[in-house]
Write a new protein. Structure first.
Length: 720
């Protein structure tokens, strides 16, 4: 009976129009607040139409792999460059060159899925998402080096692709040439063709079935993996179409195909379309394109009746996302639950079993390892050059920032792509406190952390009803809005704009030298590590991990889920802002490049490469990504590039932290075998058909052996 009522609701005119309410509301808002002449409005439709192809490709990938594909725009970069080179260097006819580029894009998408994506078929979605970040860098490099294979020098900059035919269309005083007309015609055809393919062809139905439930579709004989290859090929073809059309209007942006602005608009369109309604996603992208040109047209003006300048596009998009989240109903169906759980899948670090922790060799081994690491950390600034010492202390700060992601994403399962925003807020607040009010560094960074905690809770509140992709988009939008508006000196004059002196710590200790500032950052790292380890071992930490693994079960035990999530946001925001307060005094200035929105993706990749659930992994991730860039010779710096990130994730799906604890567990197994102690938590993943041996623990009375052979039950807790 409910299915009949739902079918009737869909058949009603209101039921069909309701999904298009977000793009309609955006256009109405634009016409009221940012009115445009007809010609500029048409150009906005054109810009949005091109962006819609990027968004539709990302929607296909999300439905197929449950990830946000950050390489979507870059999939079309190399084929678009290929078409330009075929036209200009080899003189191919326009239709032949475009057809060759389309075939190359289709083949490239399939090759990417076979060579890269399929290797992460069983990996957590977080890992695969970071793999697409590395893939984007790899594809960008391919587009940059492709002209050299055609004999073009390294200074190649592709201009706008010439119009294939002569046409001049004037709308409201705005002139549209052939490339613009092609974009206006091809984009709706591509959208309609994609919708028809997915809804009315056998391959499209199979793709939708495998996206909804891949395991069940495989049992029914659907070739899931081959369909995923087809999906990636189609997504690459859409990316090529968007890039090529954009090249005919604005020029070919080699090296920066998918800017963060286009990425945010694409993600916003996906959110407004609920990730499933392709026509709504396309319409939302077009509406956002019109809104973008409206904001650009009225730049520098003030709001009606208020002497306040119009906020930039990123700030308006953040508001649009917030309203969309508040108005969207929370779905409890199986697909949404699977989506959220796929973003929350992480491996928990096992502690050292109690049966082995008391052994002398284990205790002395841990002490010796700690002494060795501490000795290296203390001696390091005395053997490094001044610039290298400053880089080492900056690396420690970024390790603290990465730990904030461990708390929020690794422990609580709340995906954030906006940690750098809290980092920047902490830097601005702490820099202002010490520079303008002469506050001591300790009080300044703690105060900055408290401000970051409050802001993080405010950002997390509207997204509490949703997780996974929706929270990631919300935090990413907040990061762009923070950089473009909230921390922009053009809008707010309290942002520090001069050199920030390093005042004596606690009024006594001089820290105005590279060595001393290094020790300050090292002490801060140790304090943060001790504090977060304490939280992880407490009831709060256990609740966060349980919340990540099974929110419904935690709620059934009477735990306040909202309170637990807000606690994770507060701790994570405090840690990130605390790191920002340290960083602004390390740099002695509040710049812009360290807080650029692109840094959010780098920090996210850093956390996953290190091991998203491991605090030591955060330090290893920072050491790998930043250390290879700052300390290794040029020929080894590729390890920090997209290729290096892909290699690490392919070989170590649990990250460098997972490798560290795997080596530890192997050593513990050797000790357990040598002592004839059976520890189930260490041998559960190994098959043993031989007899079970057990031995006494140190100090145990062997005349009264216990009834249970294993003296240590399997436990889960904080990493040692």
């Amino acid at each position: 009976m409910p299915s009949r009522f739902s079918a009737v609701a869909r058949a009603r005119p209101g039921g069909r129009i309701a999904p298009f309410a977000p793009p309609i509301a955006i256009v109405v808002f634009q016409q009221v607040v940012y009115p445009l002449p007809l010609g500029v409005l048409t150009r906005g439709v054109l810009v949005g139409a091109v962006t819609s192809l990027i968004a539709l490709g990302m929607a296909l990938i999300y439905r197929s792999n449950r990830i946000v594909n950050f390489a979507q725009g870059d999939l079309g970069a190399a084929p678009a460059v290929l078409v330009f080179l075929l036209l200009t260097e080899w003189g191919w006819p326009y239709p032949v060159a475009v057809a060759a580029g389309a075939l190359a894009a289709f083949a490239l998408g399939g090759l990417v899925e076979l060579a890269v994506i399929r290797r992460f078929f069983a990996a957590p979605r977080l890992v695969l998402t970071v793999a697409t970040i590395g893939l984007a860098q790899l594809l960008t490099g391919l587009a940059i080096f492709l002209p050299r294979w055609f004999g073009v020098d390294g200074s190649f900059i592709a201009p706008r692709i010439e119009d294939p035919f002569d046409v001049r269309l004037e709308i409201g005083g705005t002139i549209f040439r052939a490339n613009s007309v092609l974009a206006l015609v091809i984009t709706p055809v591509a959208i309609v063709g994609l919708v028809y393919f997915l809804r009315w062809t056998r391959l499209g139905v199979a793709i939708r079935a495998s996206a909804d439930r891949a395991d069940r579709a495989a049992l029914l004989g659907v070739p899931v993996k081959r369909l995923q290859t087809l999906v990636w090929a189609i997504a690459a073809l859409l990316a090529f179409t968007a890039t090529f059309l954009r090249a005919g209007i604005l020029g070919l942006p080699v090296g920066s195909v998918l800017s963060l602005g286009i990425l945010l608009r694409s993600l916003t369109a996906l959110l407004l379309g609920g990730m499933t309604r392709l026509t709504v996603i396309g319409s939302s992208a077009i509406a956002l394109g019109v809104l973008e040109l409206g904001i650009d047209w009225h730049r520098g003006e003030t709001l009606p009746f208020v002497d306040v300048e119009f906020p930039p596009l990123d700030g308006v998009l953040a508001l649009v996302i917030l309203v969309a989240l508040l108005l969207r109903r929370r779905s409890a169906n199986r697909t949404d639950i699977d989506d959220q759980s796929s973003w929350q899948s992480t491996d928990e670090v096992r502690p050292i079993p109690a049966a082995l922790a008391r052994l002398p060799e284990v205790r002395w081994g841990r002490i010796g390892l700690g002494v060795a690491i501490g000795t290296i950390a203390l001696v390091l600034p005395h053997v490094l050059a001044v610039d290298a010492s400053l880089k080492a202390s900056a690396l420690l700060i970024y390790a603290i920032l990465t730990m904030s992601l461990v708390v929020l994403t690794g422990w609580a399962g709340q995906v954030s792509l906006g940690q750098v925003a809290f980092f920047a807020i902490g830097a601005a607040v702490a820099g202002k406190a010490t520079d303008a009010w002469s506050v001591d560094l300790v009080l300044a960074v703690v105060g900055a952390g408290l401000v970051g905690a409050v802001v993080a809770v405010a950002v997390g509140l509207p997204a509490l009803r949703f997780g996974g992709f929706y929270l990631a988009v919300t935090t990413f939008a907040f990061a762009l809005a923070t950089t473009a508006y909230f921390l922009n000196r053009s809008y707010f004059d309290w942002i520090p704009d001069r050199r920030i002196a390093r005042q004596p710590l606690l009024g006594r200790l001089d820290i105005d030298s590279p060595t001393r500032i290094y020790y300050v950052m090292l002490a801060a790292l140790v304090l943060v590590l001790i504090g977060l380890r304490g939280i992880r071992r407490s009831r709060t930490g256990r609740v966060l991990v349980a919340l990540r693994d099974n929110e419904a079960a935690v709620q059934a035990y009477g735990v306040d889920v909202v309170r637990a999530k807000l606690t994770a946001f507060a701790v994570s925001g405090f840690t990130a802002a605390f790191a920002g307060g340290l960083f602004v005094h390390h740099q002695q200035a509040f710049g812009s490049s360290p807080y650029a929105p692109a840094q959010n993706l780098s920090i996210f990749a850093m956390a996953v490469v290190g091991g998203i659930s491991s605090l030591p992994g955060a330090l290893l991730g920072a050491l790998y990504v930043l250390g290879t860039q700052w300390f290794l010779p040029l020929q080894w710096q590729f390890l920090a590039s997209g290729l290096g990130i892909l290699l690490v994730l392919m070989l170590l799906p649990t990250g460098l932290g997972g490798l560290l604890f795997a080596v530890r567990d192997q050593a513990l197994r050797w000790i357990a075998d040598r002592r004839s102690i059976l520890v189930p938590s260490l041998v559960a993943d190994r098959r043993d058909d031989g007899p079970v041996r057990s031995g006494p623990l140190p100090g145990q009375d062997v005349t009264h052996p216990p009834d249970v052979a294993d003296p240590a039950p399997i436990t889960t807790g904080s990493p040692s």
